[in-house]
Ligand binder design. Structure first.
Ligand code: ADP
Ligand code: ASP
Ligand code: MG
Length: 436
């Protein structure tokens, strides 16, 4: 069984949706995971924000505009009267849900119902299209098997036990289609795996069915050696280890959802990043194998706040770091990076929701400073202690910039640095010129 996930741009127009046929009509057993049509989730976020702000008129106006886009989509996607009728009934149904909320009873629960409509629309439209084309497919409702627990962690075993019967119930079918991104939460409500979460869905399903391979089809020919949105002349990387891919995804390489590597890694399922616009391009293979003696790629993550706690009491005090970490744990705020000295510890976070409370509690330990608008620059490659010269090249490239924190030695495959976000672009370009 293969899992093939197609992102928003890969289903972004009727023509692109039709073109997927050449990638999926291989006869092999596969589960196709689809994102919402490009732009849809952003529009649904805006509609929800209008509801949350109590502006029903704006919500309606935005909903109508999105509906018109889908009317044109349906007109172009289907070639028969019956296909168009099914498509029209479908969009009428989903848009009646989007339009059905009242502003005074609108909470994050209703918001998640709205956000789910994008993937429900794209998958059912595609299933109808395949039916019109005479291609047999089974539509699997992700809300029946994809679930997160009370810590918002996906439940792989639940997924396996609920998905397998659906697959086994259709032994003579080879093509299954399901929604990325959406799931049910602990309370059984509609929820999601956060923005970009369809990659995560694909990897989780891959783990649950112990797939032969997970393919992430997108609009670029694999993981590049730097952020192509910022740096010119980036090139694809043929091969990455799970650890390397996880670091890059977590530290800003948008091509992969930050958590999507872990399920595949745990169940040893290779992940291939492929380009829908150029299906024969080799892309990137992510597996257990790591190529030594190379710098692979650079990524950056914005929205970082760094917090420094200076304390004379840290001197010789065991248990000090535990107490510091417990503050973050109480506020369920993950720490991204940490550096220590005898008298100070610095950490970074990207979730600022409880920043005021966290700072207040940390003040018990000493002097606390925090600074926002920081970026983590992450360089991934062979940074094992036997390798020589790579770190010095990194510092050489950044010698004209101010570096706030440096993390090296935790894993063999990366070095991370914190800079002001205003220096990020220069840091990425300068590293690119020096390292590649
Ligand atoms: P999809 O909609 O298919 O999920 P995304 O927009 O989420 O696609 O991810 C693909 C995009 O990720 C690319 O178009 C590219 O601009 C961006 N990107 C950022 N960093 C990298 C990188 N290192 N390699 C490749 N693409 C990257
Ligand atoms: N449609 C969702 C988003 O835009 C999920 C995804 O595309 O992976 O974030
Ligand atoms: Mg994505």
């Amino acid at each position: 069984m293969k899992i093939k996930k197609f992102g928003g741009t890969s289903v972004g127009s009727p023509e692109k949706m039709k073109n997927l046929l050449r990638i999926i009509q291989t006869g092999e057993k596969q589960i196709v995971v689809l994102s919402a049509v490009a732009g849809t989730t952003n529009s649904l976020v805006e509609i929800s924000q209008a509801y949350l702000a109590g502006d029903k008129r704006l919500a309606k106006q935005l909903t109508d505009t999105l509906f018109e886009t889908y009317q044109r989509f349906v007109d172009e996607l289907f070639s028969t009267e019956e296909g168009r009728k099914n498509g029209t009934d479908l969009i009428n149904y989903h848009f009646s849900i989007i339009g059905s909320f009242s502003t005074d009873l609108f909470t994050p629960v209703e918001e998640k119902v709205i956000l789910a409509q994008g993937e429900l629309l794209s998958t059912t439209l595609y299933h109808f299209y395949l039916t019109e084309q005479g291609v047999r497919s089974v539509l699997l409702p992700a809300l029946d098997f994809m679930k997160i627990d009370d810590d918002n962690e996906p439940m792989v075993e639940y997924l396996a036990t609920h998905l397998k019967p659906l697959l086994d119930g259709k032994p003579d079918h080879s093509l299954f289609i399901t929604q990325g991104y959406i799931c049910r939460n602990f309370f059984g409500e509609t929820d999601n795996l956060r923005r970009g979460g369809s990659d995560y869905t694909a990897s989780l399903i891959g783990a649950a069915v112990e797939a032969e391979e997970v393919q992430i089809w997108t609009d670029i020919d694999g993981m590049h050696n730097n952020d192509p949105r910022i740096v010119k002349g980036t090139t694809p990387i043929a091969q990455l280890s799970f650890d390397e891919a996880a670091e890059l995804a977590y530290f800003g390489a948008k091509i992969l959802h930050p958590q999507s590597v872990f399920p595949a890694q745990k169940y040893k399922i290779p992940v291939r990043l492929l380009n829908t616009m150029d299906p024969s391009a080799p892309g990137t293979l992510i597996s257990n194998t790591s190529e030594r003696g190379k710098i692979k790629s650079i990524a950056a993550k914005d929205g970082i706040t760094s917090i420094k706690i200076q304390s004379s009491r840290m001197l010789l005090a065991y248990g000090f770091l535990r107490k510091v970490f417990e503050v973050f744990e109480r506020y369920k705020t993950p720490i991204d990076m940490i550096t220590t000295s005898e008298v100070a510890v610095s950490v970074t976070i990207d979730d600022r929701r409880y920043l005021t409370e966290i700072l207040k509690e940390l003040e018990v330990f000493g002097t606390v400073d925090s600074i926002s608008d920081q970026s983590i620059i992450c360089v991934v490659g062979d940074f094992s202690y036997q390798s020589h010269g790579f770190s010095s090249r990194v510092f050489e490239a950044l010698k004209h910039l101010s570096i706030r924190m440096i993390s090296y030695g935790a894993s063999n495959c990366n070095i991370s640095l914190v800079v002001d976000t205003s220096d990020k672009t220069e840091a990425l370009r300068s590293l690119h010129n020096r390292l590649f």
